[in-house]
Write a protein that binds this ligand. Structure first.
Ligand SMILES: C[S@@+](CC[C@H](N)C(=O)[O-])C[C@H]1O[C@@H](n2cnc3c(N)ncnc32)[C@H](O)[C@@H]1O
Length: 381
């Protein structure tokens, strides 16, 4: 059992504790029993949660339109490399590749599609993509991609929210870190002690948040995603010329670390139920936290990534033609149930309270000033 193995790991650790980030890494990515290591992760309409690609091909098709335009802006490079990070079941990859094949043949000819997926269990991707432009798709680890080699776009949908985060507690003006330990009474208990790394305190300088202010109403707990910053440093090194597109749920730092949000954003998903107890259903539930987009922008800046724009998914997709797709449904004469379902799916993609409220951050590297001035359509709303 994964829970027992985590307990043994804690017992063998100095001071019999591990950081929450270590706990979350084991619960999600233990190669044997972690949530994302399972043969078929339960993502989708009937699963623990669903993502935009599960609502039909539109999300992938509109993204494909954006990538085809990026290819034009970059001067039609060959190869044009799309690196999808954390591709899950591979649904999005299939939608993008098919749409480029049907509608943007020249871009498709130049395409090289690389999937970087941490979970060995998600070989579903290979099944789904088998036979679909097999010579165009490859699987690599981030380390296997040479520095300064990618001309194209590195992108992700709901990747960063699944990265292991550190938990902190602010009390009486003091920054403490929440560690996971064990006791006789409960398998897992939280204990608070000095931060495991000076990077936790430095993080607040990076994002320009005054911890004395956010904790002025008493104790305050939340998360810090250092793994996202490390990922950004590595990804920036891989990119020679092109874009980094990040889609996820999250906030700017001032909204994230708002005094009102005193319990953070950690959520667990198990069979379409969500709750905030990460210490149950170990290896069987997803654990996530919102993304701090200010941190990505500022850390990206330090890594040579220039911010081109930040918008919401709803606006991004509307700019790329989702409105026309909704309008076309009314003039369509087909099976009514199917049309209503599709209309509902498209509305979900742009619902500001749901997927439509996700953040879309576009950064770039190595572009000429003329290329920078040609704004990708998705940012035009
Ligand atoms: C929430 S799922 C999203 C899946 C997919 N992008 C979608 O939209 O349905 C997160 C995915 O990211 C993968 N992942 C997490 N950390 C990763 C990393 N550092 N590198 C590559 N993949 C990662 C997980 O294994 C999982 O497949």
């Amino acid at each position: 059992m994964l829970g027992d193995r985590i307990i043994s790991r804690i017992n063998a650790s100095p001071q019999r504790r591990i950081t929450f980030a270590q706990f979350m890494e084991l619960a999600l990515y233990d190669p044997q029993d972690g949530y994302y290591a399972k043969k078929a992760v339960d993502i989708g309409a009937q699963g623990d949660f669903f993502t935009s690609p599960h609502l039909g091909t539109d999300f992938g098709e509109l993204l494909a339109t954006q990538f085809a335009q990026m290819w034009e802006i970059l001067g039609q490079p060959v190869p044009f490399t799309l690196v999808e990070m954390g591709a899950g079941q591979g649904i999005l990859a299939a939608d993008i590749i098919k749409y480029l094949y049907k509608n943007y043949q020249s871009c498709f000819q130049a395409l090289e599609y690389v999937i970087v997926e941490l979970s060995p269990g998600l070989k579903q991707q290979q099944q789904l993509l088998k036979g679909l432009a097999a010579d165009k798709v490859s699987w690599r680890s981030l380390e296997e991609i040479a520095d300064n080699s990618i001309i194209g776009c590195i992108f992700s949908n709901e990747l960063l929210d699944a990265m292991p985060i550190h938990l902190f507690l602010l009390e009486n003006g003091q920054l403490g870190e929440i560690y996971v330990s064990t006791s006789n009474e409960a398998a897992f208990i939280e204990i608070v002690s000095a931060p495991s790394s000076p990077r936790l305190a430095q993080y607040f300088d990076l994002v320009g948040v005054d911890i004395a202010q956010i904790a002025s109403n008493g104790s305050y707990r939340s998360e810090i995603n250092l793994a996202a910053l490390d990922w950004l440093s590595t990804v920036a090194q891989k990119l020679q010329r092109g874009y980094l597109l990040t889609i996820d749920y999250g906030y700017s730092a001032t909204r994230y670390y708002n005094p009102m949000r005193s319990q953070g954003t950690l959520q667990c998903y198990y069979r379409h139920q969500h709750h905030n107890n990460p210490y149950i259903n170990i290896g069987r539930q997803d654990i996530t936290a919102h993304v701090d987009f200010t941190a990505l922008e500022r850390w990206g800046d330090a890594c040579g990534l220039q911010k081109l724009g930040f918008t919401q998914q709803g606006l991004f997709l509307m700019a790329l033609g989702l409105g026309e797709r909704i309008a076309a449904i009314s003039s369509n004469t087909g099976d009514l149930n199917h049309l209503l379902q599709r209309r509902d799916a498209l509305h979900q993609l742009i619902d500001p309270q749901g997927l439509g409220g996700f953040g879309v951050l576009l950064q770039c590297k190595g572009l000429t000033s003329q290329e920078i001035s040609t704004q990708p359509t998705g940012l035009s709303c």
